[in-house]
Design a protein around this ligand. Structure first.
Ligand SMILES: [Zn+2]
Ligand SMILES: [Zn+2]
Length: 274
């Protein structure tokens, strides 16, 4: 059975954070690598994608890479033009984005990767690049042994969660989701049921939520409640607020560990074998 390795290349939300106060958890925006044999799945293309691209480009054979975009907000696509495999002949890169999100944006996800926003044009990149559109709520066609389902979440504009089943393991990725709509929350809990790893939007605390209703994000405490409701085995809290320092995240991680087992605040650079 193929082992599944999950690596966090970016765990920050909204905007990258730089400086010594953010060094331990890392400042790059959302980007998660799921390695399953020769196949690489990448959940979101935040600024963390740049370092992942350098690693993948160092391979003797680039292999096939799937970049799955939860939505097209800048913090989830800003790494695309800096993904080195685009410039490698023979690399096979498939970008997956929801039809609904493309319809709301002018030009789709690759518009960030051409003038005037970037000096080079992705359409001239030597890699074999394709864009696959899916509808939120449906499966995403990746590889025959890997099943990816998408599920609606509550956010500004079209956005989805991904539930990846690979090598007998299930990884649920729920970011940029504001809890509070009972029907959507129930559907999210059902979609991520029994996941071996649940990655969840922990931008805020419960105490901060009332002042941030409508911002499209959740709290780490809701992550714990969702873990219990869905019986997910391990919870990674992520999409950290760009102002949240390492010390503040340490304090929240301690509270979370007191309240629940098998939970951690995700750090950039961390790898897990599932
Ligand atoms: Zn975000
Ligand atoms: Zn967003």
């Amino acid at each position: 059975m193929t082992a599944v390795r999950v690596t966090f290349w970016g765990v920050r939300g909204t905007f990258p954070a730089a400086g010594a106060a953010y060094a331990r958890y890392g400042g790059d925006t959302m980007c998660i690598e799921i390695g399953c044999g020769a196949i690489t799945l990448i959940l979101d293309a935040g600024s963390g994608l740049r370092a992942l691209g350098a690693k993948l480009n160092a391979r003797s054979r680039p292999g096939r890479m799937h970049v799955l975009l939860s939505h097209l907000h800048l913090d989830h696509i800003m790494g695309l033009p800096h993904f080195a495999p685009f410039w490698r002949p023979g690399a096979d890169i498939r970008v997956h984005a929801a039809e609904e999100s493309i319809a709301q944006e002018c030009g789709g996800p690759m518009s960030i990767f051409r003038p005037p926003l970037f000096p080079l044009d992705s359409r001239h990149a030597p890699a074999n690049v394709s864009l696959n559109r899916f509808r939120i709520g449906e499966s995403v066609a990746v590889e025959k042994d890997i099943i990816v389902r998408s599920a609606p979440v509550t956010h500004q504009g079209a956005c989805c969660a991904f539930i990846v089943s690979a090598g007998a393991r299930t990884i649920a990725y729920v970011t940029d989701h504001e809890h509070g709509d009972a029907a959507t929350d129930r559907a999210v809990a059902e979609a991520v049921k029994g996941a071996d790893l649940l990655i969840y939007d922990a931008t805020f605390t419960d105490a901060e939520m009332p002042a941030h209703r409508g911002w499209g994000h959740s709290s780490w405490e809701e992550g714990l409640r969702l873990k219990r409701r869905s019986r997910a085995k391990l919870l990674a809290l992520a999409h950290h607020h760009p102002d949240r320092t390492d010390d503040e995240l340490d304090a929240r991680a301690e509270h979370a560990a007191d309240a629940c087992s098998d939970v951690f605040f995700a750090r950039q650079g961390l790898s897990l074998d599932l």
